[in-house]
Design a protein around this ligand. Structure first.
Ligand SMILES: [Zn+2]
Ligand SMILES: [Zn+2]
Length: 216
């Protein structure tokens, strides 16, 4: 397996940007025209409410407002079981349908267009503000603040600030630094990189069509 380097990892999206990642209420109505498809509804899956042949999930958006996500399965490649409670779904260009007679409405999406990240929306927004996550190279403490650095980084295991040339990267995500195998083991379990690594990997492999993460 080729070793992933930080250069292969797209920048972590800024999920704090509510224009690109709007709440459910801020998504356009399906009846509106014309539309700008360059927004992504992000929501945490709460409950599987499928009772017909249209899989339906109750989700909560970034404002913690619940809505229904109706999934249209056409090809059969999508694993509906991937929509587990607590994970984030990303729906490009989401539109609200069925908003009549004070009904809140729902969002319909083709199964193959739904992206999933194995953590909740609150954590994604939190991670977007974490310099250890968003730094492209390394990071160094400057006057008590963390700043991007091209030649220094902290070991995720022991926390020591070192020259990048003395560290190795996590082979799973390319985003964490370690002194050696012992520190990697420590960082994986004690510092919780196990969870972050999965999330970073899912973000790295997101395919958002014409809008690359680098434009967000
Ligand atoms: Zn270390
Ligand atoms: Zn990793």
């Amino acid at each position: 397996m080729p070793h992933i380097t930080r250069a292969d990892v797209p920048p972590f999206p800024n999920f704090q940007n509510a224009t690109i990642f709007p709440s459910f209420a801020e998504c356009p109505l399906a009846t509106d025209a014309p539309k700008d498809p360059n927004h992504y509804l992000i929501a945490t899956v709460q409950e599987d409410m499928s009772f017909s042949d249209v899989p339906t999930f109750i989700c909560k958006d970034r404002e913690n407002v619940a809505f229904a996500l109706k999934v249209h399965v056409t090809g059969g490649k999508f694993d509906i079981k991937a929509l587990k409670k607590g994970i984030t779904v990303i729906v490009k260009g989401a539109e609200r349908g069925g908003v009549v007679d004070r009904k809140q409405g729902f969002v319909g999406a083709l199964a193959e267009e739904i992206k999933v990240i194995p953590t909740n929306v609150g954590n994604l927004i939190f991670m977007s503000g974490n310099p250890l996550i968003v730094a492209r190279d390394g990071y160094a403490a400057v006057d008590g603040d963390l700043e991007p650095s091209s030649d220094r980084a902290f070991c995720d295991g022991c926390g020591e600030d070192k020259k990048i040339s003395e560290l190795v990267k996590c082979g799973g995500c390319g985003c964490a630094w370690y002194c050696d195998k012992a520190c990697q083991k420590k960082g994986w379990s004690n510092s919780g990189h196990k969870g972050d690594c999965k999330i970073l990997n899912a973000v790295r492999t997101l395919d958002l069509g014409d809008r690359g993460w680098d434009k967000i």
